[in-house]
Each structure stands twice: as structure tokens, then as C-alpha cells.
Design a binder for this molecule. Structure first.
Ligand SMILES: C[S@@+](CC[C@H](N)C(=O)[O-])C[C@H]1O[C@@H](n2cnc3c(N)ncnc32)[C@H](O)[C@@H]1O
Length: 202
């Protein structure tokens, strides 16, 4: 099974943030679920949570394995983790018809090409109900400036692997969100120079 040490480090601070922002019994679509650890961890704590994990086809088998093994027992009362969806943000026909209270994605914006991040935002705006939230966790630049030396080094490393990857700019993300009808609500600092950018559908 896929395993992410980063998820183990960031899951508790992200959980605390979700407790603060999600409505009770929220229905959440996760983009780029990866190992599925976040889905399981949050659904073990948040009563009534309905979590829809998703990822691209190449990751789906491993993700589905974890959800099948860990997502059916030991969850908080009335919490549910659905079978993962195949969802590539660049494929308009992959986005579900249902409406969600929130779209969440962790550490995916710097892996996706910039155009895919805009597609993520556009897709999220379509599946969010009125007042729904988009929450993007990860490292972000500010107006082209890195917020730490470690983020700058990480960005250089990503770009050396693949020039289309890289730590995204929070201000640019804010402009894309606004263009798709999402209003900036918060920019929450998280441990180790990460942030969660939160937007709301009007
Ligand atoms: C660094 S991993 C993060 C996984 C998980 N969210 C976490 O926090 O451990 C980045 C994820 O983004 C996904 N991803 C990359 N490009 C994508 C795309 N175009 N559409 C959907 N997911 C994508 C990858 O498959 C991968 O699961």
C-alpha cells in the first residue's frame, strides 16, 4: 500500500483546521487523495463526515485498496469513506454531478502543472454548493516570493525533476479562484511553512 510520511506529520493540524471550517456532517470531495491516509484519519474522528476520495487512474488501485481495508471499520459515528473516484482535474467529464460542502486537496498544487491547478479550481467551483469551501493545503509562494528557504529549495528540486511542477503562488491561485466565483476566506498558516488557502463559493 502507498504510505506517505508527510500525511502522518500533517494530518493532526489539518484535522484541527477541518474541525474549525467544515459544517457538521459535511460531504467532502478530496482531489489527489494519494495513499488515502487523510481520508481514513479524518473519518475516524469527525462524526457524520462523508468523504469522497479521488485520484488519477495510476494511483486509483492503491488508493482503493486502503479504503477497502481501512475505510469500513473504526470510523466515527455515521462517518463514511466512499469508494474512490477516478478524477483527473484536466478531464472535464471526470468531475462528479453531485454537490459537495467542501473540496479538499493536500500537497497536490505543486505536483500539478499550473493549468491543472486552474482546472482544479474551476472544477471545484462547479461541484461546490452555495457557501461551499475549497481548501488547498501545501507550500505556496506569495507574489513570486518563497516564504522559507526550505520551500525555495523544494521548488527548485521539483522544477529540476519536471519543469511543469513547482510551488504555486497563493496570489495567482487567489486570482483564479476569484475568476471562478470563489471568494478568498482565509490563508491559514500551518506547520513547517505550509498554509491552507480557503475559498468560498458565493
Ligand atoms: C504529493 S501527492 C499528495 C497526495 C495526498 N494528497 C497527500 O497529501 O499525501 C500529489 C497527488 O496529486 C495527484 N495529482 C497529480 N496530478 C493530478 C491531476 N491532474 N488530477 C488529479 N490528481 C492529480 C497525484 O496523483 C498525487 O496523488
Amino acid at each position: 500500500m502507498l504510505h506517505s510520511p508527510a500525511c502522518e506529520r500533517n494530518q493532526q493540524p489539518i484535522l484541527e483546521l477541518l474541525c474549525q471550517w467544515l459544517p457538521p456532517a459535511a460531504r467532502v470531495l478530496e482531489i489527489g487523495s494519494g495513499s488515502g491516509q487523510h481520508a481514513i484519519f479524518f473519518a475516524r474522528t469527525l462524526a457524520g463526515l462523508q468523504w469522497q476520495p479521488s485520484d488519477r487512474r495510476e494511483t486509483l488501485k492503491d488508493l482503493a485498496e486502503r479504503i477497502a481495508m481501512e475505510g469500513r471499520v473504526g470510523l466515527a459515528p455515521a462517518a463514511r469513506v466512499d469508494d474512490p473516484l477516478e478524477l483527473d482535474v484536466d478531464q472535464t467529464d471526470h468531475w462528479p454531478e453531485q454537490r459537495f460542502n467542501a473540496v479538499f486537496s493536500a500537497n497536490s498544487c505543486h505536483i500539478m502543472a499550473a493549468g491543472s491547478v486552474e482546472n482544479l479550481i474551476a472544477g471545484a467551483a462547479c461541484v461546490l454548493g452555495s457557501g461551499g469551501l475549497l481548501l488547498l493545503y501545501g507550500p505556496f509562494q506569495d507574489g513570486g516570493v518563497h516564504t522559507s528557504a526550505s520551500n525555495a529549495a523544494f521548488d527548485a528540486h521539483l522544477r529540476s525533476l519536471n519543469p511543469s511542477m513547482g510551488v504555486r503562488d497563493a496570489q495567482e491561485i487567489g486570482r483564479w479562484a476569484q475568476a471562478h466565483g470563489l471568494r478568498a476566506k482565509a490563508d491559514q498558516p500551518m506547520p513547517t511553512h505550509n498554509r491552507t488557502l480557503i475559498f468560498q463559493r458565493d
